[in-house]
Structure formats: C-alpha cells, structure tokens
Design a protein around this ligand. Structure first.
Ligand code: ZN
Length: 223
C-alpha cells in the first residue's frame, strides 16, 4: 500500500470519528446501515453448502463491501456483522450443536490473503468482519484465530479466473495449516466477505479438515 493510500485510509477513519455516520441507503444520520434498511436488504440462500447472508447484487451491499475492501471501513461492517453473528447462533442452536459444544468457544478462521495482497491492501477484510462479530459478541461464544490458515501461494485475482474448475486448479496447495490444535474437535467458522463459485472456501475447508475439527461452517457476508 502506498503511503498516500495509508494516509487517506487514516484520514477517512479520523473523519468517521468526527463526522456523524449516515446510512448508506436512506442517508439517515446514525448507523452506516440503519436498522430499517438492514431489515430490508435482500437475503441470499446458501449455494455450495455456504451460509451466505446478503446478496452481492444489492447496491447497498456492493457499496458496503467496496468500502470495507478498499477503504478498510470498519463502521460499515458493524451492522452486517451483527446480522451474521445472530444468524450463526440461530443456525447452531437449531442443530443443538451449541449444547454439544460444551461451552467451548466457536473458532472463527478468516480466509487469509497472500502476503503480496496483504501488502497491497494493508489489511484483510475477512479479519475485519471476524473482529466485528467477536466485538458484538463480547467474546462470549466466538474467538478469532487469524493464524490457523495462511495463503502461501499468490494466485491471480479470482475475478479474472472464470469457471470453478479453473479456480480450484489455481488454488490447489495455496493454503497451509498452522496450529491445528487450535481447532481440533472445535466448531470452526470459515469466514469470507464474498463468495462467487465457492472455490476458495472449498480449498480452505480441505486444509482445515486435516486438523480434525468437529464441524466446519462456511460463512460469507455475500454471494
Ligand atoms: Zn437507512
């Protein structure tokens, strides 16, 4: 990331502190996405066994993800993270997984970026979402583990690779597992911002399974 970009990101976060937050959708002063607009956002079903919360085709979600990805917008993620948090607890209580979990914390593993991409962007947007979920949760049920997966191979941008078979081939061996003991016998949430073909999540799941977690839930903010 260029110094000027870092400076502009820093200034933006500073401005966010001073200026009142406005809803991305209705422009009302308050939250980055107000409660009313949040309820109206179109929800997305779960393709490829991935729990996705919002639809990427929605302009508000697109804008929110753009702000998150390229500006490191934490404020914009807060309301979305709340919805993700509640949804995941709901899903787990439906299957009585939480009870079987015996008070153990659910581990959130954000999909990692390669060193090159991290340097270019300055942060990992999936880590920001994970952090917001944990903050909203007050650390009661979730714990983030950012080091469990690393992306050791720099792959071409997923957007440029068209079909799933190509993407899977592109990603083979791209991720490595560290500290398997952190997720052994635990419920793991593999978290990403956007999923398109599900290839990244599939490859990450394959790697995570080597550590023998109790269950892996694939969760994406949008599809
Ligand atoms: Zn609104």
């Amino acid at each position: 990331m260029q110094l000027i970009d870092r400076l502009s990101t820093y200034l933006n976060s500073l401005l966010n502190l001073i200026l009142p937050q406005r809803c991305l959708s209705c422009k009302k002063i308050g939250e980055s996405i107000c409660e009313g607009c949040l309820l109206q956002l179109p929800k997305e079903s779960s393709p490829y066994g991935i729990t996705t919360i919002f639809s990427y085709s929605d302009p508000v979600i697109r804008k929110a993800i753009w702000l998150l990805k390229y500006k490191g917008g934490t404020a914009v993620v807060k309301p979305l993270a709340r919805v993700m948090h509640d949804r995941i607890l709901e899903e787990l209580s439906d299957t009585s997984e939480i009870m079987l979990n015996q008070g153990q914390k659910i581990v959130i593993v954000p999909v990692p970026l390669s060193k090159e991409r991290l340097k270019e962007r300055g942060f990992n947007q999936a880590e920001i979402i994970a952090r917001e979920i944990v903050i909203y949760d007050y650390g009661k049920s979730f714990v983030p583990e950012n080091s469990v997966l690393t992306k050791t191979k720099h792959t071409t941008s997923q957007v440029e690779t068209k079909n799933k078979t190509d993407r899977m081939r592109n990603l083979r061996g791209a991720f490595s597992l560290n500290h398997p003991e952190l997720i052994k016998d635990k419920i793991v949430i593999l978290l990403d911002d956007v999923t398109t073909t599900g290839a990244t999540m599939e490859e990450c799941t394959k790697v995570l399974k080597r550590a023998k977690p109790r269950k892996i839930i694939k969760l994406a903010l949008a599809h």
